[in-house]
Write a protein that binds this ligand. Sequence first.
Ligand code: FMN
Length: 197
Amino acid sequence: MTSRTPEHAVNPQFIQRWSPRAYSTEAISQTELMSLFEAARWAPSTSNTQPWRFVYALAGSGDFEAMCQTLAPTNRAWAQRASALIAVISATVAVAPGSNETKPLPVHAFDTGAAWMSLALQAHLMGWSTHAMGGVDRDALRRVLAVPETFALHCVVAVGRQGDKALLDEALQAREAPNARQPLSAMVCEGRFGFTA
Ligand SMILES: Cc1cc2nc3c(=O)[nH]c(=O)nc-3n(C[C@H](O)[C@H](O)[C@H](O)COP(=O)(O)O)c2cc1C
């Protein structure tokens, strides 16, 4: 049994997507990148508020280097070889439809999580890999990207073509494989909340 054996029938894309760290440095085109954002665009959200915002930088640009510098050193070590970096951001407030009143969006993070997953799966279907990184200096990222305070910064996503794991140091090479999941019984129950922790 591999670490990625499903317990029930499921489309293979959900099992086959994973987050590598070894990237080939192949360039990604604007057209391909826009397909990833197009997938995210169609994600569901509360009252169709679409709170997600993405700021991207292509490898080789000054913007890429600046975003890279905000990553935790452990992430920067491998993410610097990515083809693009994408900051995943969400609006925490919005003007309610039909009014001038600005109201909080309590589930902006949930909605934006759905959008990121669409982006990741679209990338996978196109033969690109993605790897989200919460290990980022968010204050620095906010400064570098000039993100207003009413927006939340969630993570930076590396996009790249999977490369040879020999590109990584020994410690990361040992981790360069798809990982497992808890059993479904640890996250699903019928009727009442039946979990201890
Ligand atoms: C919001 C978020 C933040 C993450 N932060 C990091 C990170 O800082 N560094 C890292 O190497 N991986 C990070 N990951 C990757 C997770 O460790 C990975 O998705 C998880 O182990 C499941 O593996 P898989 O994506 O290969 O299926 C992050 C993933 C998510 C969704």
